[in-house]
Design a protein around this ligand. Structure first.
Ligand code: SAH
Ligand code: SF4
Ligand code: F3S
Length: 470
């Protein structure tokens, strides 16, 4: 069981204070020190970046959206697929010129990519302008490492400790004033054979239910309307944490907080999705009627090779109970094509699963071998052209299904949380429903952050269009 530390009382708080004092002593002419954060990867990383921004501000930096104007650049990286890593490295490469113009700039690289030793070595040897790296479970190392570097210390490249702490009280600078991420647990124990996450984020550790409840209460009081609980497998929340609160119990506890808000959560591993979980979603009004339940493949043979611990029949049974309890539930999934050894028949089984389940939306991925994972060494790696053509077939089928499902919503009135003016839609507003459907409609930008009722007039594959109902 990992230790829960209260951050600001610990060395992190004092290091942050020392950085602040140091910056003040260097800002004789009253100049400001600016930080810039670039984030890759999933919601967990977005949530971490809000903490990194909180720490930077605690240390006296002010935010900039311009890397060229920054005194501190933080790159929060992802390692889930090769494409993500390549893109990140090329962005880091561009910062070289910024450092040439401003030698006092500090470049910090953190997140999942630097949880891998070979990437740390690569950054150390081939990116001499990168000053520090720290792994995703150790955000609280950041102020101490930065302080050391600002005082003229060596470049440093920290590895993840065996069992990282669960740090509470890290200041958070949230991007939105009405949508918030709340991590409930960190790490993953599942070791799906394709996946790098357990290697870079370490073993599962859960936050205390009291700490989570206090955070959510605080957010609701501040006016947050949409709160997403995060964990790689929220269904194993609490295991081994010394608390006997399960995830469904946690959900019910949070849903009973007074106020006008909606709770989302991700991700649910199908092997651990229980009737209790489904009952909680069905019973509690404040829990979104939506479930992200990643199937990954429709072939039992591939699921086994992936180490997923369920077969399609079991998955189908869970879904049947879900739809029995919540007929209008929205269901989404992640699907990987081109896992090693995937035959045409296996892939057909995935297409068949899509036809049967009729997801509202899927996130589809081309299998990317990750060094150090078992699947990377499996024989029968699938050639790129086969992967690409399967990917296209998968997307084409799902697009048809998504469009058909969206069309069923035409004429209905949905409650939408408005996100303000939509990009590229001629000044129209955009928002998302409780079921995570994107809706475009005309209205006043001041509606941003408020719930509105919108009648759907037209559906497309990815968006719904509608008009506000007074
Ligand atoms: N913990 C979550 C998601 C983690 S990563 C879960 O279990 O669902 C998000 C998605 O990326 C995964 O669901 C998977 O579909 C995809 N993914 C992970 N590793 C991958 C790889 N090596 N190649 C392609 N897709 C991958
Ligand atoms: Fe990766 Fe599997 Fe863990 Fe998800 S559950 S993070 S896919 S190992
Ligand atoms: Fe997320 Fe990428 Fe890490 S998907 S958990 S940031 S490897």
């Amino acid at each position: 069981m990992s230790e829960i530390i209260s951050m600001l009382n610990a060395s992190t708080g004092s290091a942050a204070e020392k950085v602040r004092t140091l910056l003040r002593s260097r800002s004789g002419d009253g100049r400001l020190f600016r930080y810039y954060v670039r984030t890759f990867g999933c919601q967990q990383n977005e949530a971490d970046s809000e903490k990194l921004a909180g720490l930077a501000e605690l240390m006296g930096y002010v935010k900039t959206e311009e890397p060229g104007a920054a005194d501190l650049i933080i790159v929060n990286t992802c390692a889930v697929r090769e494409h993500a890593e390549r893109k990140t490295l090329s962005i880091i490469g561009q910062y070289k010129h910024i450092k040439e113009n401003n030698p006092s700039l500090v470049i910090a690289v953190c997140g999942c990519m630097v949880g891998q030793e070979h990437r740390r070595t690569e950054l150390k040897m081939r990116y001499p302008y990168v000053d520090i790296t720290f792994p995703p479970g150790s955000l609280h190392l950041f102020p101490g490492m930065l302080l050391d570097r600002l005082r003229g210390g060596k470049r440093s490249f920290a590895a993840e400790p065996e069992q990282p702490d669960v740090a509470e009280d890290v200041p958070v600078r949230r991007e939105s004033s009405y949508r918030a991420w709340v991590s409930v647990m960190y790490g993953c124990n599942n070791f799906c054979t394709y996946c790098i996450v357990p290697y870079v984020r370490g073993r599962e550790r859960s936050r205390r239910p009291d700490d989570i409840e206090a955070e959510v209460r605080g957010l609701v009081t501040e006016g947050y309307r949409d709160i997403t609980l995060l964990g790689q497998n929220v269904n194993s929340y609490g295991r081994g944490s010394g608390s006997d609160c399960t995830f469904p119990q946690l959900l019910r506890r949070l849903a009973s907080i007074e106020g006008d808000f909606v709770l989302h959560f991700m991700t649910s591993h199908p092997k651990d999705a229980t009737r209790e979980l489904i009952d909680a979603i069905a019973d509690e009004k404040k829990i979104a009627k939506q479930l992200h339940l990643p199937l990954q493949s429709g072939s039992d043979r591939i699921l086994k090779l992936m180490n997923r611990h369920y077969n399609f029949g079991e998955y189908r049974d869970k879904l049947a109970y879900l739809r029995e309890r919540i007929p209008d539930v929205s269901v989404t999934s992640d699907i990987i094509v081109g896992f090693p050894g995937e035959t045409e028949e296996d892939f057909e089984a995935t297409l068949e699963a899509l036809r049967e389940v009729r997801y509202d939306r899927i996130f589809s991925f081309i299998y990317s071998p990750r060094s150090g994972t078992p699947a990377a060494n499996m024989k029968d790696q699938i050639p790129d052209n086969v992967k690409n053509s399967r990917f296209e077939r998968l997307v084409a089928l799902q697009n048809e299904i998504s469009l058909e499902k969206n069309r069923q919503l035409e004429g209905e009135t949905l409650r939408v949380l408005c996100d303000g003016v939509s990009k590229g839609n001629g000044g129209m507003l955009e928002g998302r429903t409780e079921q995570d459907k994107i809706v475009i409609f005309a209205g006043d930008p001041s509606l941003s952050g408020h719930f509105v009722n919108v009648r759907v007039t037209r559906a497309e594959t990815f968006n719904l269009y509608g008009e506000i109902i007074k």
